[in-house]
Write a protein that binds this ligand. Structure first.
Ligand code: SF4
Ligand code: SF4
Length: 504
């Protein structure tokens, strides 16, 4: 890009904007989250306030509220209200850790799993009922109960009890309920599967990529799975993903909408395998891949050097993998990347998909709450993970002692809402990606010793910035196939089958 010759910047032409150079263009964003990409001459005219009123550029800028004299205040208010709709509702996601026991040992385990003999980490039925009682106090008319662990199937009886109890109790409360379970699937049986499908519990698993990598990173001791496949974590997961998808098909559900999704944790060994990872997910029938970097929680910290990597290497991996996914989409294969879908929904769709870790303010307690097996309550699952590492900063209550109002008004919750409000974050406030981004106070606290953090040194900021740079580069390329695919990735997947309502 040439050095710009801006003779005299106008102080009256432009509305407030933020600006960054991407793919040889000037990317401008504003408070409502609209953007324009300008070339040098266009940007110079914009900065000098000399854009001709009858030009196509003027129309483009006016339509996106970049021209002060033509600003549509109502439209700005409406768009911000749409984006921040989640602020009116209260916590939707309620993570219930029914046990810490797990039969797999993963190098990066964020949950700090316990051995299968540690039955003292099982949630009791009494605690489970108190958990549901509190969950149903949420001001949000829609509530998702997500079973986590450890391995939730290791305490299946309590999973069943929570579902039955919540459905019964909801007859008098009338919320829209959804149940999901994050499981390695190795303790699944045909009997459990039948029950889960009948009770509309959505299932999600973890797949680290190709078989050799998955089996190396997620050790499943022989005898730990109810199958001849015992000892082979990948084969076990593949078997049950296939069986669950068969059950959905048997119910007549559209397989493009209803299928098992899997989560990836990217370690240093994953980086060169970007193509194998994508191929593995496509081969398993997954329609989405979430290229999550490893988090600094749980055993990942201990394994540190073995699983960690510089974020610039991660971003190269990300670019290679998503380029390949775009190529596959061109050939008719439907596979999307989750980070991209979250950002694109905000960038292209003007909506916020309410992903709790990338929104402003973040979802800590006001969007999600985590309930531990022992009745302790945390702002989010990541806060609960730090508790397992001996840090109680994000502990906000205890079942039977703390009310819903106490939780929402807790001083830690208020501090986190301020710390994750990008209008108050020193680096974010001037960042071009501020309308679409999010910061994580737990990550800041863990890696930088303050919930506010310093974004210019944050690995999470590096990931968010790098991904948004990539997406805007692709948008700037104007390739119609890429734009079409990106538009498709912003479409919200239908989940009506899993929504359980109860007329009062
Ligand atoms: S603190 Fe971090 S993990 Fe917790 S809800 Fe906020 S962004 Fe998500
Ligand atoms: S986290 Fe980083 S990329 Fe996101 S708005 Fe803040 S400074 Fe920008």
């Amino acid at each position: 890009m040439n050095l710009l010759q801006i003779r005299k910047a106008s102080t009256s032409f432009a509305m407030p904007f933020r600006h960054r150079q991407v793919a040889g263009k000037h990317l401008l964003t504003n408070t409502e989250g609209a953007f324009v990409l300008l070339d040098d001459a266009e940007f110079t005219a914009f900065a000098e306030g000399t854009v001709a009123r009858d030009s196509a550029l003027y129309t483009r800028l006016r339509e996106r509220n970049f021209v002060r004299a033509e600003v549509d205040q109502r439209a700005i208010e409406e768009r911000i209200r749409t984006r921040k709709r989640f602020m009116d509702l209260g916590p939707n996601l309620h993570i219930v850790v029914v046990t810490l026991r797990c039969n797999e040992t993963c190098v990066y385990c964020h949950a700090s799993r316990a051995d299968m003999s540690a039955t003292h980490t099982d949630m009791s039925k009494e605690t489970a009922e108190k958990t549901v009682d509190l969950i149903l106090r949420s001001t949000n008319p829609s509530v998702t109960i997500e079973f986590q662990g450890g391995e939730p199937l290791a305490n299946f009886e309590v999973v069943q009890h929570i579902v039955d109890y919540a459905l019964k109790k909801n007859e008098k409360v009338g919320k829209t309920l959804e149940f999901t379970m994050v499981s390695n699937l190795s303790l699944m049986t045909e009997e459990k599967l039948k029950w889960l499908v009948e009770h509309k519990v959505q299932m999600c698993t973890s797949v680290d990529g190709p078989e050799h990598l998955h089996d190396k990173q997620r050790k499943l001791p022989s005898g730990a799975a109810a199958l001849p496949l015992a000892g082979h974590a990948h084969a076990v997961a593949k078997h049950w993903i296939g069986r669950i998808n068969e059950e959905y098909a048997r119910l007549g559900l559209d397989p493009t909408l209803y299928h098992v999704e899997a989560l990836l944790t990217t370690t240093s060994e994953t980086l060169p395998l970007w193509k194998d990872v994508v191929d593995t997910y496509v081969g398993l029938g997954c329609k989405a891949l979430f290229l999550r970097p490893v988090d600094p929680f749980g055993f990942a910290e201990r394994s540190g050097g073995r699983v960690e990597y510089p974020r610039k290497d991660y971003l190269e991996f990300y670019r290679d993998a998503v380029d390949y996914m775009l190529e596959l989409n061109k050939q008719g294969v439907q596979i999307l990347e989750r980070f991209a879908a979250i950002f694109l929904t905000k960038i292209l769709g003007g909506e916020d998909p309410n992903f709790l870790d990338i929104r402003s303010p973040c979802g800590a307690a006001i969007g999600q709450v985590a309930y531990n097996y022992d009745g302790k309550i945390f702002t989010c699952d990541e806060g609960r993970m730090l508790h397992e590492m001996g840090d109680d900063t994000f502990l906000i209550g205890e079942l039977g002692k703390t009310t819903y109002r106490d939780l929402m008004g807790h001083e830690t919750v208020r501090a986190m809402a301020i710390a994750s409000n990008l209008d108050a974050q020193p680096d974010c406030v001037n960042c071009t990606y501020q309308p679409y981004c999010g910061v994580c106070p737990v990550h800041n606290h863990k890696t930088q010793g303050s919930i506010f953090g310093r974004m210019r040194e944050s690995t999470l900021c590096a990931v968010h910035k790098g991904i948004q740079d990539y997406l805007f580069e692709k948008i700037a390329s104007g390739d119609p196939h890429v734009i079409q695919t990106f538009q498709r990735w912003t479409t919200v997947r239908d989940r009506t089958h899993f929504l359980q309502t109860c007329a009062l």
